[in-house]
Design a protein around this ligand. Structure first.
Ligand code: SF4
Ligand code: SF4
Length: 395
């Protein structure tokens, strides 16, 4: 196993993400035997970092993880959990909610604790005086119940920079979605640089983009097989990340023993990518993109009569075009009605100014429709509200 140093701690660079355990579709119960087998294999081969979150698997991830770890001494592994500020029904007793997680995880402290899923929408909750989240987690850290404080982030680079500037000295690490596709598609490169420039550690989630980079099309997989017929598609995604020095932990949401075995093999040693391997990955990334090649230069913004944040909207568009997901819907929810894509009047001023010749009005019209008809974060979160209220009552 390869390890990284973080404030004197020796963290396995392969972290076990606990949001994809196999569950029984009719009962929602986790296949505990399988989790136990995967954890035993991972621990035997040096994995010491386990990451869960309050809402994962409808609240069942924390308990399944705790059960699988129960036979190991508490100081032999690092435990990471997350505060669900983005799912709160309103201001709640944050400390009580934190205690629900502690209880489910059968521990009295978390080595790593993150504010979960900061975006342009949820940041308003996290920074609200009424919700009082940041002061409360700082207090928990002072009490020793949190050893290291960070946050997971799904917003754009501008918000990341602003948030870190506003809270300088509070957080020690940031978890971002990063892989060889999102390096450019979701501006992970800029986010990596921002986090690094603030002297913080980078944690990675979605190294294989929800599994999509682990099972490529026959054509793309064939390109990798010509480089090494025995290497899995996923191994390239991990090796790409291993080459980035400031990435301390790469979380993989493993749900099969064979995946654990393959990942352990990839993390046995650091094998830097050759130029040819890296070029092939970028070629594959380009073939996967279906959106527009916006560089974020903002030449289009000045003349927009509706004062739309065009590059921001196009980031959401590109995300939707790759895979319809809740994140872009959450980012669009954050905008006032007159700044949403539907506010575009189609004047075309932006396209004339764009050095990439992007047909912005067409992309925004499509985005407006994708947003209108796609899955809505604002609706999905209602179920979580009920669960949190119940958990706080039952505790
Ligand atoms: S087409 Fe839409 S986005 Fe472009 S300048 Fe006009 S109103 Fe703004
Ligand atoms: S001018 Fe074109 S490339 Fe630049 S931000 Fe606007 S849409 Fe993107």
């Amino acid at each position: 196993m390869i390890y990284s140093d973080f404030h004197g701690l020796k963290l396995s660079r392969l972290g076990f993400g606990c949001m994809r355990f196999t569950t029984d579709p009719s009962t929602g119960e986790v296949d505990q035997d399988k989790v136990n087998a995967m954890f035993d294999l991972a621990i035997k081969n040096g994995v010491n970092y386990f990451d869960t979150a309050y809402p994962y698997l409808g609240g069942k991830s924390e308990g399944a993880m705790a059960e699988a770890l129960s036979k190991y001494p508490r100081d032999s592994y690092y435990l990471a959990d997350k505060f669900p500020g983005h799912s709160l029904p309103g201001p709640v007793d944050n400390l009580a909610l934190f205690n629900v997680s502690l209880k489910r995880c059968r521990t009295d402290y978390f080595d790593f604790y993150l504010l979960h899923n900061i975006t342009e929408w949820s940041v308003k909750i996290y920074e609200s005086e009424e919700y009082h989240i940041i002061p409360d987690v700082i207090k928990l850290k002072e009490e020793g119940k949190i050893r290291h404080l960070g946050f997971s982030f799904h917003g754009g680079p501008q918000l990341l920079e602003e948030f870190l500037n506003r809270h300088e000295g509070i957080f020690e690490f940031v978890q971002i979605q990063c892989n060889y596709l999102d390096w450019t598609l979701q501006d992970a490169r800029k986010k990596y640089d921002i986090i690094t420039s603030h002297g913080l550690g980078v944690w990675v989630m979605e190294p294989c983009r929800g599994g999509k980079l682990a099972v490529l099309s026959e054509e793309n997989s064939g390109k990798l097989k010509t480089l090494d017929p025995n290497a899995s598609d996923a191994s390239y995604a991990f090796r790409y990340l291993q080459d980035l020095d400031n990435i301390k932990v790469i979380l993989s949401g493993m749900n099969e023993v064979t995946q654990v075995e393959d990942n352990l093999d990839t993390f046995k040693e650091h094998r830097p990518l050759s130029d040819q391997e890296r070029d092939t990955l970028y070629e594959i990334a380009e073939s996967l993109k279906k959106g527009v090649p916006c560089t974020g230069c903002r030449y289009c913004c000045e003349g927009c009569p509706m004062e739309l944040n065009i590059p921001y909207l196009l980031e959401c568009y590109n995300d939707y075009k790759y895979a319809s997901a809740l994140t872009p819907s959450m980012r669009l929810d954050a905008l006032e009605e007159d700044k949403k894509p539907s506010a575009c009047i189609g004047c075309g001023q932006c396209s004339h100014a764009c050095p990439q010749h992007i047909d912005v009005p067409a992309a925004l019209a499509e985005l407006a429709e994708l947003y209108r008809s796609g899955p809505k974060w604002s609706e999905m979160v209602k179920g979580r509200h009920e669960a949190i209220i119940k958990d706080l009552k039952d505790r």
